[in-house]
Ligand binder design. Structure first.
Ligand SMILES: NC(=O)c1ccc[n+]([C@@H]2O[C@H](COP(=O)([O-])OP(=O)(O)OC[C@H]3O[C@@H](n4cnc5c(N)ncnc54)[C@H](O)[C@@H]3O)[C@@H](O)[C@H]2O)c1
Length: 340
């Protein structure tokens, strides 16, 4: 039984607490903390657990073997570093960190501590994504030619105004791409492999925020494949993120985690693949996402603590996704292609 603590008791923390409750045979929520103690108390009441006064108090509790870091993005690194120093295993919400120096510190502290780290990218755990990954690895799509995401979401001005950190460079670390688009970027890295270079255009067209609400990038993968990464939070009404993988022997297209096209040259055109259960989409409403991904990711994390294996979305994966995003931002700022 792994004892969990949750740091940060806002919107996403409920998904972690609910996932821990679903994994009751293997996990239990020991306690929570938040810089706003009343938020921690309310949250603890709702989930039948204890509110610690501070993060240090939570980390000092010997019953807490693992923590879920659910604070605003720019604060993840500080909590990861503290938790690693305390020897706790870590589930960190995406993004792992928001700049290169945070990434470097987080990586060295976690490696030195020898702990298990899982960076939330819950869509990797969908049955449909696993199916697509197997098809790519088995060569069923042939040579990958294009690997794209088109994320046309809607986040209202009220959404950005609902937290002082949202839409800020210093704490959100970026806009449509760093906050929402990172899920698609991670899936592209998982399915199409590492990125060699990016060339991007970034704009703030509609929302009153410091960071981009609309961005388009051209990508070259190390494999030689090409791609498009498009991320906006400013279109009405918002559509499921489309992920397209085209190879010289087959194409797979997904709306979020629903496979909508499965067109292979080989005999592997299974009719039922389209019917694989998918997670619900946050295209128009952030809280509309399904809890299943968090349940499966935390179950994988617990198994990895026990076996010493690497989580399906681990430290290196969380770092790579942010590195691609930072390169895209730099490209847009300097108006030139950037090699990773
Ligand atoms: N995986 C997903 O699909 C998904 C969805 C939503 C949010 N997120 C991520 O989760 C994180 C939190 O987002 P949210 O929407 O829950 O934000 P939120 O503003 O609703 O909640 C953040 C909470 O953290 C608390 N907090 C701030 N600094 C703290 C600190 N140093 N120590 C302890 N508590 C602190 C705040 O008081 C607040 O209660 C973000 O990084 C976001 O990117 C992920």
């Amino acid at each position: 039984m792994i004892g969990f603590g949750i740091i940060g008791c806002g919107v996403i923390a409920d998904f972690h607490a609910n996932a821990i409750a679903e994994l009751a045979g293997e996990a239990r929520l020991v306690g929570v903390c938040d810089v706003m103690f009343d938020a921690a108390e309310k949250f603890a009441g709702r989930h039948g657990t204890v509110a610690f006064k501070t993060e240090d108090e939570l980390l000092a509790c010997p019953d807490v073997a693992a923590v879920c870091i659910c604070t605003p993005s720019g604060y993840h690194a500080a909590s990861v570093i503290k938790a690693a120093a305390a020897g706790k295993h870590i589930v960190c919400e995406k993004p792992l960190a928001i700049n290169a120096s945070q990434l470097a510190q987080v990586e060295s502290c976690c490696r030195a501590a020898g702990i298990t780290v899982s960076v939330i990218s819950q869509n990797r755990y969908a049955k449909s994504i696993k199916k697509v990954k197997r098809a790519v690895d088995e060569g069923l799509l042939g040579k990958i030619v294009c690997a794209d995401i088109y994320m046309k979401y809607h986040r209202s001005q009220e959404y950005y105004d609902s937290g002082s950190w949202r839409g800020t460079k210093r704490i959100d670390g970026g806009g449509a791409l760093m906050n929402q688009g990172i899920h698609g970027v991670d899936l592209l890295l998982y399915l199409a492999g590492e990125v060699k270079s990016v060339y991007a255009l970034s704009k703030t067209l509609v929302r009153s925020i410091e960071v981009e609400d609309t961005l388009s990038a051209v990508v070259e993968y190390k494999s030689g494949a090409t791609g498009i990464i498009q991320a906006t939070t400013s279109v009405y009404p918002g559509y499921p993120r489309r992920l397209e993988l085209n190879g010289d022997k087959g194409t797979v297209i997904l709306d979020e985690t629903s496979i909508v096209r499965w067109d292979l040259e080989t005999a592997a055109n299974e009719e039922d693949v389209i019917l694989l259960p998918a997670f619900t989409s946050g295209a128009s409403t952030p809280t509309a996402i399904s809890n299943d991904g968090h349940v499966q990711q935390i179950a994988d994390f617990i198994a990895c603590i026990k076996t010493g294996a690497q989580p399906l979305s681990g430290l290196a994966d969380g770092k790579k996704a942010v590195e691609v995003i930072l390169a895209i931002y730099r490209s847009a700022q300097e108006r030139r292609p950037i090699d990773l």
